[in-house]
Design a protein around this ligand. Structure first.
Ligand code: ARG
Length: 448
């Protein structure tokens, strides 16, 4: 681009953000140069000079001595131009049998491949934190909710392990995404392949790719792996946001189920009694920008003709911000969850009325031979009656029970939140035995 229009030059430049890919870019160039020499496309001594030059550029960047230039547009041209300054004309041989189109596709794939294991480790750390809190509070029974109405008692550990499962699926999604990112695009050239006898398998091995791409047009213009990472990140953030919402609710004075450590809350500047769950709120809020990056990238890709189009340069900022937002959110969550103090007394208080045992009363009648639908009706009447009298089920007399069904016997008083939880001993249920098994399995999965 002519340097006459500075605004346009800045408009097309990606160096302000793609400098983040300098390591991947240099790594890719080194593998490419070695392969060119191995195939006698360039001389071995030229490749050595190029590789040495690239290493010293990498050092300069890492020491903060490198001068990035906007007029050189992107990371590829910045590095190539520096290479010319360093080793002279032989630098011009590096770009043989290569285009910036396959080069950027390579850099970005290398980036995603490096980030996925970090993402997975951070998810695991949060899973481990959830398991810790679940174990510490193994015996705590809490109201389980549907429609945010108390529904049936559950173990707090069971509730926390629900998030463990969401995160487990997130892990799987990132692993899955890794499989499709693990394809070497280099060797596709600008779009049609290159007229040189490349050894693409060699480059793939050097850079740790499982396979080489099979269609050059697709390889230079495919960004599915970016979208897949962003989609997996969006789902993970959605899960964090759900957890965040519960932590916000639970730490409110109305619930008072938990307290979040002071490092993760802030006081209000004018209301001294407040401890605001800012970290949880921010994670909930940041979910929006991660969704935004996914929709943004899908929209960028929509209707793009083959092959490379400059639109694709818009892939990077959203991806980088997605990675950064997801990673920082996972990290602070793991820390925050560990500081959770469970207030078992307040939770017990929330279950002072025992209407959550209505289903258990219906099941009681079912076990005495009544069809479930009928039992449901009987207990609905009983509940209405108890409510109107301001009494718990446990406070109703036998005579009162008998007004609704003769099948009620003295052992109806043995129905408690404990018996309710223990009764749900089906696979995946909330009984202490099932939750114990789930905790064991969770700990195994963390180590996997
Ligand atoms: N900066 C570009 C990008 O990020 C690199 C590829 C440019 N290719 C081109 N033909 N201008 O997509």
């Amino acid at each position: 681009m002519k340097d006459s229009d500075k605004a346009a030059q800045e408009y097309v430049a990606s160096i302000p953000f793609d400098r983040r890919l300098y390591r991947q870019d240099i790594e890719g160039s080194i593998a490419h140069a070695r392969m060119l020499a191995k195939q006698d496309i360039i001389a071995g001594s030229d490749a050595d000079t190029i590789v040495a030059g690239l290493y010293s550029i990498r050092d300069e960047i890492e020491q903060g001595k490198f001068q990035f230039k906007t007029e050189l547009e992107d990371i590829h041209m910045n590095i190539e131009s520096a290479l010319f300054e360093k080793i002279g004309d032989v630098a011009g041989k590096l770009h043989t049998a290569r285009s910036r189109n396959d080069q950027i596709a390579l850099d970005l794939r290398l980036f995603v491949k490096e980030e996925i294991p970090k993402t997975i480790d951070k998810i695991k750390a949060l899973q481990a934190a959830l398991v810790e809190v679940a174990e510490e509070n193994k015996t705590v029974i809490m109201p389980g909710y549907t429609h945010l109405q108390q529904a049936q008692p559950v173990l707090l550990a069971h509730h926390l392990l629900a998030y463990f499962q969401m995160l487990q699926r997130d892990r799987e999604r990132f692993e899955d995404c890794m499989g499709r990112a693990d394809v070497l695009p280099l060797g596709s050239g600008a779009l049609a392949g290159v007229p040189y006898p490349l050894d693409r398998e060699f480059v793939a091995r050097e850079l740790g790719f499982k396979v080489v791409s099979t269609n050059s047009l697709d390889a230079v213009s495919d960004r599915d792996f970016v979208i897949e990472y962003e989609a997996a990140a969006a789902i993970t953030m959605m899960h964090l946001s759900r957890l965040a919402e519960e932590l916000v609710l639970w730490s409110s004075s109305e619930f008072g189920f938990i307290e979040i450590g002071e490092a993760y809350t802030t006081g209000s500047s004018i209301m001294p009694q407040k401890k605001n769950p800012d970290v949880a709120e921010l994670a909930r809020g940041k979910t929006g920008r991660v969704y935004g990056h996914l929709v943004g990238m899908l929209t960028t890709m929509k209707s793009l003709p083959l092959a490379y189009n400059r639109d694709l340069q818009e892939d990077k900022e959203g991806l980088f911000d997605t990675v950064d937002t997801l990673h920082s959110s996972l990290e602070v969550f793991a820390g925050m969850v560990r500081t959770i103090k469970v207030n078992a007394d307040r939770i017990a208080q929330a279950m002072k009325t025992d209407y959550m045992l209505a289903t258990d009363l219906a099941d009681y009648l079912v076990k005495k031979g009544m069809p479930f639908r009928e039992a449901h009706g009987v207990v609905a009447g009983l509940s209405e009656y108890a409510l109107s009298k301001g009494k718990n089920f446990g406070e109703l007399g036998m005579d009162e029970y008998h007004r609704f069904s003769p099948l009620f016997g003295e052992n109806v008083y043995e129905i408690t939140v404990e018996s309710s939880v223990a009764a749900r001993n089906v696979a995946g249920g909330t009984s202490p035995q099932q939750v114990e098994t789930a905790l064991k399995e969770a700990k195994r999965l963390i180590k996997e």
